[in-house]
Write a protein that binds this ligand. Sequence first.
Ligand code: TMP
Length: 254
Amino acid sequence: MARGAKIYEGKAKILYEGPEPGTIIQYFKDDATAFNAEKKDVIEGKGALNNRFCEHIMTGLNSLGMPTHFIRRINAREQLCHKVEIIPLEVIVRNVSAGSMAKRLGMDEGVQLSRPLVEFSYKDDSLGDPLVAEEHIEVMQWATRSELESMIDMAFRVNDYLSGMMHGIGIKLIDFKIEFGRQYDEQDGMMNLLLADEISPDSCRLWDIETGAKLDKDVFRRDLGNLADAYTEVARRLNILPKGGTASGPQLVK
Ligand code: TMP
C-alpha cells in the first residue's frame, strides 16, 4: 500500500498520509526514549512488536463498539488508521500507585488504589507534559465538557478491557496512558471522538502477578534489564509474536 507524504514524526512513531482521504499510515519505529528523550536507544524489533500489541488491543476494543482510529495492520511496522485531530491531552488511568503519582504524593509504588483514577497531562514536551485539572482543560478549551466526560468514560472502559486481558496472562495492569482525537463525520456533520495513538508496553505499566517483574518501558527507563525480552514475553503470552520474524526476540542495538 503506497503511503503518502510524512505528516508528523514523534519519538516512537511516524505518521504518513494514507491511501484515501481521511486516512493515515502509522509507522512504528524501533526508537525507545525516556525523560523527554534525554535517554535514547534503538531496540531492533520493538516497532514490529508494538504494531502487533496495538492491532490486538484496538481490534478487541473496536469489536466491543469502542470507536478507535485503528482500521487494520498493513505490514510488520505499519497500520492504516483514521485521520484525527489529536486532543492535546495524555489521559492516564491508574489502578496501583507508581511512577509520577507515587513520587508526587510521596507514596510507595505498588499500593492498590481504592478505585481506578483518571489524570490528565497537557501534551507539551517543552513544559514536560504537566499534570492539569479538568478545569484547566475546559478553560483553555483543549476539550469540551462533553468530550471530557466521553474521554473519562472510554478510559475506564479501556481499563476494564485491558486489565482483564492482562489478568488472563498473569499480568497486573498498574497504569496506562491513552490519547484521543476528533474525526469529522461528513455523513452526519458531527465530530466523533476516537481513541487514537497507541496502546503498547511503551504506554502501560505491566507487572507479572507472581514475581512482580516489570514487563513494560520502565525496564528501559530504570535500566532494569532487557526491554526486548520483556516485550517479547508479553507478546508470547498474548500469542501475538510475529511468526518467523524475530524468533529470538528483538535485539538491543547500541
Ligand atoms: P507516569 O507515572 O510516569 O506519569 O506514567 C503514567 C503512565 O503513562 C505509565 O503507564 C507510562 C505512561 N507514559 C507514557 O505513555 N508516556 C510518557 O511520556 C510518560 C511519562 C508516561
